[in-house]
Write a protein that binds this ligand. Sequence first.
Ligand SMILES: Cc1cc2nc3c(=O)[nH]c(=O)nc-3n(C[C@H](O)[C@H](O)[C@H](O)COP(=O)(O)OP(=O)(O)OC[C@H]3O[C@@H](n4cnc5c(N)ncnc54)[C@H](O)[C@@H]3O)c2cc1C
Length: 303
Amino acid sequence: MTALVLIETEGGQLRQAARSAVTAARSFGDVDALVIGEGAEAASHLEGVRKVLHVTNLNHALAEPVAALLAQLASQYSHILAAASATGKNILPRLAGLLDVQPISDVIAIRDDATFVRPIYAGNALATVQSRDAIRILTVRGSSFDPAKDGNTAAPIETITAPDDSKNVRFIRVELSQSDRPELEAARIVISGGKGLKDAANFDRLLAPIADKLGAAIGASRAAVDAGFAPNEMQVGQTGKVVAPDLYIAAGLSGAIQHLAGMKDSRVIVAINLDPEAPIFKVADYGIIGDLFEVLPALEKAL
Ligand SMILES: Cc1cc2nc3c(=O)[nH]c(=O)nc-3n(C[C@H](O)[C@H](O)[C@H](O)COP(=O)(O)OP(=O)(O)OC[C@H]3O[C@@H](n4cnc5c(N)ncnc54)[C@H](O)[C@@H]3O)c2cc1C
């Protein structure tokens, strides 16, 4: 059996979630890696990668041409995987549509070649699903698989060309938020704020200095994002990012199930909330019942 992994890159660097997808793919046997634009060299060093397919006529992973290319390659593979990121979720369902197979999203464990575990109902239940399709299309959760490391040998790189499927779509520009902080989904420490922070200025004033001292990424609840306190890409939860850091600090957020769906697998959870009945305390390892406007500055000072 051979799996193909769509490797996500950013500025030629492999994204952590792509490394995790390679680890997941190794459960099936040989692994080939598909790289769009920059990053083929880096992918060739990934442990467990047999061959890199390097697409040179595309610089961006637009869903239409990439799905068309994957559909062309599909007959050579038993499984096609990508990270359960915005890119993976954009491309693989389209591929599954082209192949007329059932995509299996957000896989957190692989039981065997055809049997996979995935969360349902905002993570309140785990479904074990079995696929009878000849080819299995999976998006996998980065936080559930260790990232593949770099090995010593470099796998061969084969150049391929994506079909010209640019009739209905063209790349215009990408706007990336610049940050020196670690990537939210890969960070070892995350500090998140909720509606209790009251405004965007408090996110900067109270969370940023602690994040900088801890080398942490900053997250937010959906209520905080909807209120404009923090940008969309910071949202943690069912409709945001799923994180499982070593330490998750939740300040002024209630811990609604949709938020918990994105962070409850964190190793140690610290909650700061005025309300002792807030649901976040049910999953917290350490709870501070108090006013975040006093607790956060005190925490920063102590650090
Ligand atoms: C389909 C669907 C998908 C959703 N997806 C997501 C998602 O991905 N992520 C997500 O987060 N939510 C999601 N939600 C929304 C979710 O249900 C909650 O509304 C949201 O998480 C609440 O955000 P919050 O905890 O910041 O706000 P609130 O629930 O308003 O909580 C604010 C908390 O701050 C505390 N507080 C206030 N002032 C202070 C203070 N001075 N010091 C300390 N504590 C204080 C309060 O006691 C309260 O517990 C989704 C909802 C739906 C229906």
